[in-house]
Design a protein. Structure first.
Length: 94
């Protein structure tokens, strides 16, 4: 999980705090925001949005090109390294 900042109006924060307090079970404002994002994304992905279909197609094409037995961690490490290279190249151009 990664930390991120979200700016909300005071009235929305007050409502979220109230809801978190009334839900109990150790719910926090962050928990409620994560739940809302999960529901939003599930709805978007379930709707068959064009970008979701393109992403699914891209993932399928990448999987088809991988040798059998490549671990997800290896793929993530390669993607992370590639992103770092792109960032460095962009920084050098500036």
């Amino acid at each position: 999980m990664r930390r991120t900042n979200v700016y909300l109006p005071d009235d929305k924060i007050a409502v979220l705090r109230h809801l978190a307090a009334t839900e109990g079970r150790g719910s926090s404002v962050s928990d409620l925001i994560r739940q809302a994002i999960d529901q939003f994304l599930a709805g978007k992905l379930a709707s068959g949005a064009p970008w979701g279909q393109r992403l699914d197609g891209l993932i399928d094409r990448v999987r088809d090109q991988l040798p059998a037995g490549v671990a997800a961690e290896e793929i993530e490490a390669d993607v992370t390294a590639a992103r770092a290279e792109v960032k460095q190249a962009r920084a050098r151009r500036r």
